[in-house]
Write a protein that binds this ligand. Structure first.
Ligand code: NAD
Length: 419
């Protein structure tokens, strides 16, 4: 069942707004446009009553927030976590708008979530919760309206239940949700797509700006879906995974781990705890190790003003959503540490989700080679655009990524006649 992710922190709405405003200032965006782009199109909060296995009735709060659909149907994950709340979902929904626009896939931005603790729930309770949630939001989702996907603590099985429940109400419609099991219309390559994207973008940065990933020391915080696949693929590219951490353990090996063994161990034990081949370190030390690439792949808000001056990585690749606070960003910029922003670094997942949706509506299956080739084409094109823009504007990569994304969405709104 869902991975045990512990206390994933709330994505700070102020951080998202600050990042948007920074780029909006750079573009000289009008107040009207800012208001339009900061306000979500639709917010739905629902009550989800669920009978637990012991007969008690518990009421959960569920959210689906559609931020901007100017460029296509809304798209974004579904998170099950005790800290899910309105502000977190809204900020993650807006990130999806910029992410889809940046990589040029014809979709908007949305996010959903249920405030619950899946660690304390049985599989059948999670199934009942999911079906009840779908019954409350089914009128605002759909293959041409809004397409959920997995996020923290949700997985292909949960996507299958969503497809099934939606189908009962609207007929067979696999394109209503992505990240499904492959046997139910899921795409080959979706499971590893976010980690693959992180690796591709890291390698592309190394190729253009250095240090190259071959022989680079890589530190990864978070070893779930994203972190473990990024580790395996970066190792295949020649990088050395010198330290990894999850909610239970942080381990260091200056000679480099065998990433495949690590991933197999973490999958089997649902944790890195007890992995034999490394020295145990504390979580703060992990982030402050000397390395070429530091990849936060777990939490929001882990690089803050309190540790930004201690980071010894040359480049930070934001595999997680919003791992760097605004204050930390400013410190890192001052110190010449590059940050590859989340809306670029982790866009591989939504890109292959888009491929899955395209396969579903065409009723045609792509082979893995096609998925991976098209993923690479899209991400490298987006990466090159961001780097070129940052060099032209003398800005950070984050500001450049937002500039490009905001321009795309603004153009769509203008062409539709909204402005
Ligand atoms: P996951 O649930 O598979 O794994 C999360 C990992 O983080 C686990 O190893 C967990 O132990 C670790 N973790 C949790 N709390 C921690 C803590 N306090 N300290 C250290 N490690 C901790 O989740 P995932 O799908 O890999 O997502 C990770 C991040 O990537 C999230 O921020 C998510 O929003 C983002 N992301 C995921 C996808 C995707 O396709 N899965 C796409 C884009 C962005």
């Amino acid at each position: 069942m869902p991975a045990d992710v512990g206390a994933i922190q709330v994505k700070d709405l102020n951080t998202t707004h600050f990042q948007f405003q920074q780029a909006a200032d750079h573009l000289g965006l009008s107040e009207e446009l800012r208001a339009l782009l900061l306000t979500p199109y639709r917010e739905l909060t629902v009550q989800i009553p669920v009978k637990l296995d012991d007969g008690r009735l518990v009421v959960f709060n569920g959210y689906r927030i559609q931020h901007n659909g100017a460029r296509g149907p809304y798209k974004g994950g579904l998170r099950y976590h005790p800290e899910v709340d309105h502000d977190e979902v809204l900020s993650l929904a807006s990130l999806m708008t910029w992410k889809t626009a940046l990589v040029g896939i014809p979709m908007g931005g949305a996010k959903g979530g249920v405030s619950c603790n899946p660690r304390n729930m049985s599989v059948s309770e999670i199934q009942r919760l999911t079906r009840a949630f779908v019954s409350k939001i089914h009128l605002v989702i759909g293959p041409y309206r809004d397409i959920p996907a997995p996020d923290v603590n949700t997985n292909p099985q949960i996507m299958a239940w969503i497809m099934d429940e939606y189908g009962k109400l609207h007929g067979f419609n696999p394109g209503v949700v992505t990240g499904k099991p492959v046997s139910l219309g899921g795409s080959l390559g979706r499971n590893e797509a976010t980690g693959r994207g992180v690796a591709l973008v890291t390698a592309a940065y190394g190729k253009r700006k250095g240090p190259k990933v071959q022989d680079a020391r890589v530190v990864i915080q978070g070893f779930g879906n994203v972190g473990s696949h990024a580790a395996v693929i970066l190792e295949e590219m020649g990088a050395k995974i010198v330290a990894v951490g999850d909610i239970e353990a942080n381990i260091f090996n200056p000679n480099g781990f065998d990433a495949k063994k690590l991933a197999a161990y973490a999958l089997q034990n649902r944790s890195l705890k007890g992995f034999p081949d490394g020295e145990e370190i504390d979580p703060a030390t992990l982030l402050e190790l000397e390395c070429e690439y530091l990849i936060p792949a777990a939490l929001g808000g882990v690089i803050t003003k309190f540790n930004a001056d201690k980071i010894r990585a040359k480049v930070i690749v934001e595999a997680a959503n919003s791992p760097t606070t605004t204050n930390a960003d400013l410190v890192l910029e001052d110190r010449g540490i590059t940050v590859i922003p989340d809306i670029l670094a982790n866009a591989g997942g939504v890109t292959v989700s888009y491929f899955e949706w395209a396969q579903n509506i065409q009723q045609y299956k792509w082979d893995l080679n096609r998925v991976n080739t098209e993923l690479e084409n899209i991400l490298i094109a987006a990466f090159d655009k961001v780097l070129d823009c940052a060099e032209k504007e003398k800005s950070t990569l984050r500001v450049a990524a937002y500039l490009l994304a905001i321009q795309e969405v603004s153009e769509a709104l203008t062409l539709r006649g909204v402005l």
